[in-house]
Design a protein around this ligand. Sequence first.
Ligand code: PRT
Ligand code: ZN
Length: 296
Amino acid sequence: MESSRLKIAIQKSGRLAEHSLKLLAKCGIKLEKSKDQLLCRAQNFPIDVLLVRDDDIPAFVLTDVCQLGIVGENVLNELQVQPESGNYSNIQVVKKLGFGHCRLSLAVPSEVVYAGIKYLNGKTIATSYKGLLLEYLKDQNVNAKIVTMNGAVEIAPKTQLADAICDLVSTGNTLASNGLKEVEVILNSQAVLVRNPDMNDSLSLLSNRLITRVRAVLKAQNSRYIVLHAPVSMLDDIKGVLPGSEAPTVIPLKGSDDQVAVHAVSDEEIFWNTMEDLKAKGASSILVMPIEKMMD
Ligand code: PRT
Ligand code: ZN
């Protein structure tokens, strides 16, 4: 591998894989087609993309094989709370990426009358997240036995292996179909962009360029461009309703003294009720558009 090229580790296949590739594509990175290989070379940016298992991404970043990575907070935090696993706290979280949302939760059989965390005192809990669970139980002053499993954690209560489980949940369907109910949330997680803070100057420069693009993509993704016509007399009221917009641009309308056009960037989604409020204040021809790219 060339040391002058930046390396980023992303999941090869799984819940984060597609989103991670899409994000890189939105950052203008064109990869040479070789999805089955471990390493993908970008044609138009000095970056190589390593396609690996999500669990291995923090190690690639920590050992500087890759300077950047995209991984779930659940995976990173689990390593960070295990002091024996290495210096994972050296890895910096650069940006939450807004995909791969899930929560690490405790669940018990649906028929259990669960009155609070103390229910778990003396019980056995199955999990793949021993570190985070231990820390949580310690904080809550609960004494429970932990059984570590690498997969299919949700079947543990049925097989009498455990009284409860601690696992990732997104829709809750897996819990429900295994006769379990969620009772406590230990961690809210999403995919994050991470970096190794110790890189040489040229890689650091490249990494900052990519990070700036990632921030720009996310900012544009969450922002909307609004255009509307407003009666001059209602301008202040209308500005007051526009959510999160920085100083809107006000443009005169040819042939109309009492109407102006207002252009604004909102850093929030514009909901129907906001459009109805704007209309009620006299706004008309209201357009809300997505923004493709945005850089401060
Ligand atoms: O092969 P590799 O090791 O890379 O993949 P993997 O199978 O370990 O991971 P993968 O692709 O399942 O998940 C990758 C990351 O996606 C996780 O580390 C989380 O950060 C995130 N993520 C988001 C999830 C979920 N949602 C999720 N629902 N990871 C796992 N699940 C599982 C959960 O473990 C449970 O089995 O989905 C089931 C529950 O889903 P619901 O929708 O029924 O609640
Ligand atoms: Zn994994």
